[in-house]
Design a protein around this ligand. Structure first.
Ligand code: APR
Length: 249
């Protein structure tokens, strides 16, 4: 990243009153959580042998092979010790300073809330929340889910408990999508970071942005780089950290 790029992003966010952040797994790699499609990502590490990670993260796998699903889920998607990094804390500060109105994330790790962000639209749900498949849809936190049996069972009704995560083959929650679209539509600055922008409908959110201050911060090129008003191929945690150091010293 160049000083000019950081200067531009800093001035945009200093003038912003309704900035929105849209992010993905690259926001949490600095917290020790692998992303999906990078060389060191989950899909690369699991690609050799075994079933595809997309299958292991699917509704079909949950229903047909729950023990395999939960073993994969616990090993690869639950990171109880992960802590927010400077991207998460910087975004929470931008909200506190009334520059940013919302975070829209594809991540399910809950680190934005842990960092203090109040308005977080979780397009793909969260591993911090679980519910049972019984009629009552009893709800549980991650801490309430025992390590065994492998497939957690509801103590109230005996039905299987599942994570409140959008699995492959499932639809996104309409209310969450509507809230995210509204936030992006009203954004004066749209900061996109740590996402390959490969997965729809999430990636399609960018098309609702109507301003001329679309900043894309990603380690690698994305299919939307050509649409951005500012492209920075650097770590999102470092970029947000530098911007916040300038804005809020
Ligand atoms: N700073 C900036 N970019 C980073 C960083 C970082 N510190 N670390 C990784 N990246 C980039 C990678 O180069 C990659 O382009 O973040 C991007 C992460 O892309 P993916 O692994 O595809 O993750 P994401 O875009 O969130 O995937 C979307 O796909 O599998 C589904 O449901 C899953 O929510 C996920 C969705």
């Amino acid at each position: 990243m160049t000083h000019t790029q950081i200067d531009t992003l800093t001035s945009w966010l200093d003038e912003a009153r309704s900035a929105v952040f849209f992010g993905g797994a690259g926001v949490s790699t600095a917290s020790g959580i692998p992303d999906f499609r990078s060389a060191a990502g989950l899909y690369a590490s699991q690609g050799r042998g075994g079933r595809s990670p997309e299958y292991m993260l699917s509704h079909e796998c949950l229903m047909n092979e729950p023990a395999e699903f939960f073993t994969f889920h616990r090993q690869n998607l639950v990171h109880p010790d992960a802590q927010p990094n400077r991207a998460h804390t910087g975004l929470a500060e931008l909200e506190r300073q009334a520059r940013m109105t919302a975070v829209v994330t594809q991540n399910i790790d809950g680190l934005h809330q842990k960092a203090g962000s109040q308005v977080v639209h979780e397009l793909h749900g969260s591993v911090q929340r679980y519910y049972c498949l019984g009629r009552g849809h009893h709800q549980f936190t991650l801490e309430q889910i025992p390590d065994s049996p492998v497939v957690p069972i509801c103590p109230d009704c005996g039905a299987m408990i599942r994570p409140d995560v959008v699995l492959y083959g499932e639809m996104l929650d309409d209310d969450v999508v509507d809230a995210a679209v509204t936030a992006v539509r009203q954004a004066d600055v749209l900061l996109v970071g740590g996402t390959s922008l490969n997965v729809y409908p999430a990636a399609g959110l960018l098309h609702y942005y109507r301003g001329d201050r679309l900043a894309l911060v990603n380690l690698t090129e994305t299919p939307m780089d050509y649409q951005a008003d500012l492209v920075i191929h650097s770590p999102i945690d470092e970029v947000i950290g530098q911007v916040c150091d300038r804005l809020f010293v």
